[in-house]
Design a protein around this ligand. Structure first.
Ligand SMILES: Cc1cc2nc3c(=O)[nH]c(=O)nc-3n(C[C@H](O)[C@H](O)[C@H](O)COP(=O)(O)OP(=O)(O)OC[C@H]3O[C@@H](n4cnc5c(N)ncnc54)[C@H](O)[C@@H]3O)c2cc1C
Length: 412
């Protein structure tokens, strides 16, 4: 069983049939960090915004739950100052990383980072969107977004309610623009758009949350275990539950017979016969996991031809998550899309340009790191050097996690 957080439900602000009465300025599909960031900013900018998600909030999400310096900076820009980040959002400081590979290990101080469960973070962001004036429509699956060719510049969003008296039926919503923020599982059809592609050999993400105490891990420490066919990050959350997130080759899961056994094997081969490992591996092997589709992928940031449908967050492309920057990228992408929609006469062009400039550098670095991680012996050798001379490794950590020194960052 996955241990869940006690976070209050974010109530819908309208019924599906009420949403059909309006022509919205923007419909945002997906209430993760990317979609919520767009909705908060557009609503604050005075736009009529509808935020739709096929799930309700809170909901679990496969994630290392580490907030990078980029994510922290974006959250601050959304109105959470440093105190509020701890107090309002309830984040936990992250101070050290214990890196294990090829039976070697080293513990290094991290640039200050923070952890927070996705149930808590995403619910609070959606609540912030509601507070800013956005309408919130959960448990509605969006199957397609289409541009109308006529003189009326409009997009049509096709929806299927998951619950209620219209469950299973179809209804249409209308807006001047739409933002697709549906994450890795993006299956929203956009006529004429075939830009989505998955990198061959891409790993999948898997994750679970264990009850407090199931793994002996001091609060404030991130355990990263790098094995032959995947790696796994383990941290303690704000409510003392243990978050486990891993990127793994699909063949390894098939060979191990279950996700849990594959995760336990990776931790075992990375950490070796240390006393804590056997107990941790029992807990990891018997847990229930969620899995993502393949991780490394690309898609056009602007879907369709009239420039009224933008993609943000993981739906606009993603690279393996070792450096734990996806939430930061999602929040930043949301900001860039909202800025373009609010301020530019040609939002699509403005957003694609600004997003490409932002993402190119980060994605390139993460691809290089992902390539190195396919060779755990190399990581093991680096750990040996770091254990013997930590002063050599410490200055490199911020580079690895995409932060300037002193800004705070984390793995995930
Ligand atoms: C193993 C792993 C570890 C990670 N660790 C970290 C980490 O430590 N730090 C970090 O910053 N990032 C990490 N990430 C990345 C991070 O989880 C993502 O980059 C981030 O969640 C992307 O946000 P998003 O808003 O684009 O998508 P999501 O958070 O996936 O949100 C998408 C939302 O869209 C909704 N949705 C999907 N389809 C539809 C539909 N058809 N209709 C309506 N709603 C829909 C979903 O229900 C969901 O709520 C990790 C990822 C993985 C896989």
């Amino acid at each position: 069983m996955i241990a869940t957080a006690a976070v209050t439900d974010v109530a819908a602000t309208l019924l599906p049939e009420q949403a059909t009465d309006s022509v919205w300025n923007t419909i945002v599909v997906g209430g993760g960090p990317a979609g919520a960031a767009v909705a908060i900013r557009l609503a604050r900018g005075g736009r009529r915004v509808l935020l739709v998600d096929r799930q309700s909030m809170p909901r679990p999400k496969v994630c290392g739950c580490c907030l990078s310096s980029t994510a922290m900076a974006e959250l601050r820009e959304l109105g959470c100052d440093s105190d509020a980040l701890g107090r309002l959002l309830g984040t936990v400081p992250l101070e050290r990383v214990r890196l294990v590979a090829a039976t070697r290990g080293v513990t290094l101080p991290m640039p200050p980072g923070r952890t927070l469960s996705r149930e808590s973070l995403d619910s609070q962001l959606v609540q912030m969107a509601g507070d800013a004036g956005a309408a919130w429509l959960p448990q509605v699956d969006v199957t397609g977004v289409a541009e109308n060719p006529g003189p009326e510049p409009m997009v049509t969003v096709t929806c299927r309610p998951q619950t209620g008296r219209h469950a299973g039926g179809v209804f249409l919503l209308r807006a001047e623009s739409a933002v697709i923020a549906t994450g890795l599982a993006d299956h929203v059809r956009v006529p004429g758009d075939d830009s989505r592609s998955i990198e061959p050999g891409s790993r999948i993400g898997v994750g679970t949350t264990l009850a407090p105490g199931m793994i002996d891990l001091p609060a404030g420490e991130l355990l990263m275990a790098v094995g032959r066919s995947g790696y796994c990050g383990i941290v303690t959350l704000e409510d003392a539950r243990i978050d486990v997130a891993a990127a793994i080759d699909r063949q390894r899961i098939a060979a191990a017979g279950s996700i849990g056994r594959a995760v336990a094997e990776i931790v075992q081969e990375a950490a070796g016969p240390a006393a804590w490992v056997a107990h941790a591996c029992d807990a990891l092997a018997s847990a229930a996991y969620q899995a993502t589709p393949p991780l490394t992928r690309s898609a056009a940031t602007v879907a369709g031809i009239t420039g009224r449908i933008l993609r943000v967050g993981d739906a606009a492309g993603y690279v393996e998550p070792f450096t734990g920057e996806g939430m930061g990228w999602a929040l930043a992408g949301g900001r860039l899309a909202a800025d373009a929609l609010l301020g530019s006469p040609a939002p699509a062009a403005a957003y694609s340009r600004s997003f490409a400039a932002f993402a190119r550098r980060h994605h390139r670095r993460c691809r290089r790191i992902a390539a190195v991680l396919r060779h755990p012996w190399l990581v093991g050798a680096a750990i040996r050097v770091a254990a013997a001379a930590p002063w050599m490794a410490e200055p490199l950590l911020p580079l690895l996690v995409g932060s300037r020194r002193g800004q705070g960052a984390c793995f995930g």
